[in-house]
Design a protein around this ligand. Sequence first.
Ligand SMILES: [Zn+2]
Length: 188
Amino acid sequence: MEDSVNGLILMTEKEDEDIPQEFETEVECPNCGSKLYFIHYRTSISYEEGIEIDTYFCKKCLYKKSNISQLSRGSHIKLVLRVRSSLDLRILVYRSPEAKIEIPEYFADIEPGEQSTGEITTVEGILQKLLDRLYLFDSEDADPEVINALRERIDNAIRGNGEEFTLVVDDPSGMSRINSNRTITVKV
Ligand SMILES: [Zn+2]
C-alpha cells in the first residue's frame, strides 16, 4: 500500500542521528508570544575547527533568529583568496561578527555590521551584497559613471564572466574562515 511505503520512509528519516533535535523553550516569540523552539547544530568547515549554530524559531509566525559562533577566538588574521573562475563563486565563507571584507579591485570595503552574529555566505553572496550597496550609493553624490562601470564589472563577476579579483577577510578575532585550500592566511 502506498501509505505504508511512505510511513517507512518517514521512520528511516526520523532515525537518522545527524538531524539536529528541536526543543520547545520557555522563551516567548517577540512577534506573536508563542513559545519558541530551539535547535543546536554543530558542524565543521573543512580544514578548520567546528562552529556552532543556535537557532530559535517560532512555529506559528515563522520568526527565526540564529546565532553562529566559532569554538575559540584566535589572533588577528587576514584571509586572502584569489577568485579565478565562476566555480570559486560557490566557495563558502564564514564571516565572524568582527570581520571586514575587502575587494581591492572593486575599491570595496564591507565593514562589520552592527549585529553581533556572524554569517555563513559564499563569494557570490559577498558580491551580491556589494552590488546592493552600490544601489545605495546612487542616492548620494558619487559620480554615476564610475558607479555604473563598477556595477557592470561586479555584475559580470556574479555571472561568471568577470576578471579575477582578490577577496580579503580582515578579522581581529581570527575566527573567520574561507573554505578553500587556496586561501592564504596572513597573521597581522
Ligand atoms: Zn511567533
